[in-house]
Design a protein around this ligand. Structure first.
Ligand code: C2O
Ligand code: CU
Ligand code: CU
Length: 664
């Protein structure tokens, strides 16, 4: 192993150095309602001597850039011409699990997979790549990866460069290990010494003297880049994984982890000297990230031969940019704002899940993994958990290993809540589907909502996007459960006077084997109620609350209902106690009282002569007197009341009547 790695390093380094600059390849585009993709073997002449065996889509290596429009329908016909099974995953796209192309959606050799979907993503830069379990590294490294550009009307309304290949360029930054025979090595432990952009070694791009947009993808298997330009030139990040930020963020450095995308604007109009370099400032990458001088937390945590790779901890040019004449209709300014974001707030989350990253390796060797999430390796046959449809969730990622891991989730985009308790920097406040979780017990929390798609059996993946870690099992899967329509009528709001008994009921469509658990917002959030004190029937369809008092005012109740096939929590209902509650319930009828003010007897104008219950409250809603008026009697003795303002409430024939009076 060691010998191969050393040879690979030596050869790639020498040949790289010998190579002249090459024009940056810009992938062709493909668009429309039908997209035909042919996965195939190929070759590329990267170096003198043997050609390199590669894999690509509709070509020898890499893949065409798929351009999609929000709300269009698209059918992809993906044909596998390899001698190996593979899959194609649309990384970042919000699609149904059967269209997602994860490890379960295999395409056998000679077969075509044809997912069909409506594009519902925001304008964004995504990418597509194979995802066969334990083969992802192999297939991506051999060359299968392409961009997906989604366009929408919000993005179109902003003055941004968007002419593909003219002022808007995709940049897929990748490193590969190349052996002495010029072949791409797919062993995870090889040194990734060959750096390429869009499959071009030593790339040079001619770009016009104006505002230029780069859609940068870190498509490398493990390496983190710290991007910047010559002379610390300021650039502006306008987009993250899931699309535009709320406003451009001025930067001189941008840390980009595997799987992440960033859209940036660079003003080439003011560059002196006619050329600019996109540089990896590797000397500045903090420790405990693959790509830093020190990949672990401490100097003893070493990856075999890591220090022999000249890219590690080094500053190097990624792309040379030669500046050419300005085009007509050039964009020359940076917009002041982009799109509106309304991230979910933490208190709206129904569920918090925790994901702990650990290493199976011991001591100093823990940096080499294999890494696991919540103690378990990826198991194709085991769904790790179920997410209720439309659930808003906080995912708390805790990295107990000595190296940073870029965590990726399929299906949804998320908003980062905090990184080690601190709000994320401005350029990380947009939609994301990858987040780099620093090593050494760091915690990242994000919030997301699992909307639009559900399927009880087909899962979505979450995993580390260091592809060697992913292939080694640092991955899990979840299903978004189909919604459950068990509740046919939720409990309704109730209003009552102090001292009254109240009930909340839930109606279900199927009582067979159904269980109930009433909950209320007592304490912190909703808690399960017990049959104690005021509550009875907490495990039946009707909750009974006895002798409500002012402390129950505005209390919320809901019922968790479950049977063999589903579990669902009802909408909540509110209990209002006191006169305001009665008024809000709109059940009140004003009744005439006299005299007003009154001293000893208060006469009420009743509609019938049935027995009438009455309650007198003070303005605090406290019951000060209650009783029954015998049939035919219409006066209440108030001689013992203190002076003040009171409400009287009367019940007759299920109706509630009320009035206000002054006691002298
Ligand atoms: Cu880019 Cu699950 O992958
Ligand atoms: Cu993905
Ligand atoms: Cu990892």
């Amino acid at each position: 192993m060691k010998k191969i790695a050393l040879l690979a390093f030596a050869l790639a380094f020498i040949l790289n150095a010998a190579n002249a600059q090459n024009a940056l390849a810009i992938p062709d585009t493909i668009s429309g309602n039908i997209i035909n993709l042919q996965i195939q073997n190929g070759t590329r002449q990267f170096y003198n001597g043997a050609a390199t065996q590669t894999m690509g889509i509709n070509g020898n290596m890499l893949a065409p850039t798929i351009i999609l429009y929000k709300h269009q329908n698209v059918t992809m016909h993906v044909t596998n011409n390899l001698n190996d099974t593979t899959t194609i995953h649309w990384h970042g796209m919000h699609v149904a699990p059967q269209n997602d192309g994860g490890p379960h959606i295999t395409i056998l050799p000679g077969k075509t997979w044809s997912p069909s979907m409506e594009v519902i993503d925001h304008a964004s830069t995504h990418w597509y790549h194979p995802h066969l379990h334990m083969k992802t590294y192999d297939h991506v490294q051999k060359g299968i990866a392409g961009f997906i550009i989604v366009r929408d009307s919000d993005e179109a309304a902003i003055n941004l460069p968007r002419t593909y290949g003219i002022d808007d360029f995709p940049l897929a930054i990748q490193t590969k290990g190349i052996d002495a025979n010029n072949q791409i090595v797919t062993m995870h432990t090889v040194l990734d010494t060959a750096l390429m952009v869009n499959g071009t070694l030593k790339p040079v791009l001619s770009a016009p003297a104006q505002m230029v947009r780069f859609r940068v993808l870190n498509g490398s298997p493990e390496r983190v880049y710290n991007l910047g330009f010559t002379s610390n030139k300021t650039f502006y990040q306008i987009g993250s994984d899931g699309g535009l930020l709320s406003a451009p963020v001025a930067l001189t450095r941008l840390l980009l982890a595997p799987g992440e995308r960033a859209e940036i604007l660079v003003n080439l109009a003011d560059v002196v000297g006619g050329s600019l370099q996109l540089i990896n400032y590797g000397t500045e990458i903090p420790s405990a990230r693959y790509g830093a001088a020190q990949p672990g937390m401490g100097a003893g945590q070493v990856i075999p031969n890591y220090a022999l790779n000249p890219l590690n901890g080094a500053n190097f040019t990624i792309l040379e940019i030669k500046i050419t004449a300005q085009t007509s209709n050039a964009v020359t300014t940076v917009p002041s704002s982009l799109i509106t974001h309304n991230p979910w707030i933490a208190t709206s989350a129904q569920t918090t899940r925790s994901f702990v990253f650990t290493s199976m390796g011991m001591g100093q060797a823990s940096i080499n993994g294999p890494f696991v999430i919540n103690g378990s390796h990826f198991d194709m046959s085991m769904v790790n958990f179920q997410v209720p449809f439309n659930n808003i969730e906080i995912w708390e990622l805790r990295n107990q290993t000595p190296i940073a891991h870029p965590f990726h989730i399929h299906n949804v985009q998320f908003y980062i809540l905090d990184i080690n308790g601190a709000a994320p920097p401005l350029n990380m406040r947009g939609r994301k589907d990858v987040v780099l979780v620093p090593g050494g017990n760091s915690t990242v929390r994000f919030i997301t909502k699992f909307e639009d798609f559900h399927n009880d059996t087909l899962p979505y993946m979450y995993h580390c996007h260091m592809i060697s870690h992913e292939d080694d099992g640092m991955m899990g899967q979840f299903v978004v459960k189909s919604p459950c329509y068990l509740i046919s009528a939720p409990p309704s709001n109730q209003s009552a006077l102090p001292g009254a008994n109240v009930q909340f009921s839930v109606a279900v469509s199927d009582t067979n084997g159904t269980s109930y658990q009433w909950q209320s917002n007592v304490g912190f959030g909703f808690q399960d109620l017990q049959n104690v004190a005021q509550y009875a029937g907490v495990n039946t369809k009707t909750l009974l609350i006895s002798a409500v008092n002012s402390a129950n005012n505005n209390q919320q109740f809901r019922c968790k209902v479950a049977n063999q096939t589903c579990e669902v929590t009802s909408d909540m209902a509110v209990l209002q106690v006191g006169v305001n509650g009665i008024a809000n319930a709109n059940q009140n009828i004003q009744v005439q009282v006299f005299p007003n003010p009154a001293k000893d007897l208060l006469f009420v104008q009743l509609f019938s002569s049935v027995r009438t219950k009455y309650v007198l409250h003070n303005l605090m809603g406290e019951v000060v007197q209650e009783g029954q008026l015998p049939q035919g009697q219409n006066s209440i003795d108030i001689s013992l009341l203190k002076t003040g303002i009171y409400h009287v409430l009367l019940w007759q024939n299920e109706q509630i009547m009320q009035a206000k009076f002054v006691k002298e």
